[in-house]
Write a new protein. Structure first.
Length: 291
């Protein structure tokens, strides 16, 4: 059985077909341009396959309330041409199959909970740190949402004592995303992230902010696994710094085995599915859409 998946990112779309076991059989990648041009390529790709369902994990904000009149829309995105765009509606014009729709990070969390680092657990969170910061959660085996999907990348964090950078988030300035997403590294230090590998002070500040975010998510959601991905996390020395600071910030308050020096390396982890998490998650959303 073929399931279609769309990982709709702000800079690129990844479309693929796979099966209900999360195996990706074919995939294609192209830049995110205008909705008309990008979606034409999406539709052309899926016309080559007899998919039984399609799942979409999209950049946001998006409307994920299935009872809403704008369910499946990209809503208040800074990408002006995509603002209030009915992505799911466009797909339904061309394909009469069940569809699932959520954020890209929630899709990644779902994939990791079914086939990856959180397999066998009924809760996890997935934080991606790249051009933005997004966090998806699976709680009791289901993607978590309330009035809408979580926007955990925009929480307010304490400033590092040596950081005077004003932040770059167009909505909140110095929220977590504004202080710790990939663009903040370049704007703060006037260098690309890959050129900053050997500057310890860069990663001390970065870890300080990311650890605050994770500490808050752990205190609020108590996930059974924390998965951290995205381009910034490819700096190999960053995750150990984040783990260390999470433990220091919690200061023993949450007294469980996972949050100890001995076990933190297996609690806060990199994605097991790796760069396929978003696409595999979209396929998982497609499977959910059939239920």
């Amino acid at each position: 059985m073929l399931i279609g998946g769309i990982e709709a990112g702000g800079t690129k779309f990844v479309c693929g077909v796979g099966n209900e076991n999360g195996e990706i059989l074919e995939r294609v990648t192209f830049p995110t341009t205008t909705p008309e041009e990008t979606m034409a390529k999406v539709i052309s790709f899926f016309h080559e396959y007899e998919v039984k369902a399609i799942g979409v994990g999209s950049f946001g904000p998006v409307d994920v309330d299935i009872k809403s009149e704008t369910y499946g829309y990209i809503t208040q995105t800074p990408k002006v041409k995509w603002k209030n765009y009915d992505m799911l509606g466009e797909l339904k014009k061309h394909f009469s199959v069940p569809m699932g729709f959520h954020t890209d990070v929630t899709a990644a969390a779902l994939a990791e909970s079914i086939w990856g680092a959180a397999k066998g657990l009924d809760s996890c969170i997935y934080m991606t740190v790249g051009t933005g910061i997004g966090v998806g959660a699976v709680i009791n085996g289901k993607p978590f949402q309330g009035l809408t999907h979580p926007e955990m990348g925009h929480i307010i964090v304490k400033r590092h004592p040596r950081d005077t950078f004003e932040g770059f988030c167009p909505y909140h300035g110095d929220c977590l995303e504004g202080l710790a997403a990939g663009p903040s590294l370049e704007k703060r230090w006037n260098k690309k992230g890959k050129e900053l590998t050997n500057y310890p002070e860069v990663w001390e500040i970065e870890a300080y902010y990311l650890a605050q975010g994770l500490m808050n998510y752990i205190l609020v959601l108590s996930p059974k696994k924390v998965i951290v991905g995205g381009g910034v996390m490819k700096q190999e020395h960053l995750l150990p710094l984040v783990r260390k600071q999470v433990l220091e910030m919690l200061n023993g308050y949450v007294d469980i085995p996972e949050l100890t020096v001995e076990n933190i390396d297996t609690y806060i982890v990199l994605p097991e599915i790796g760069d396929n998490a978003g696409l595999a998650g979209a396929i998982a959303l497609g499977v959910e859409g059939m239920i």
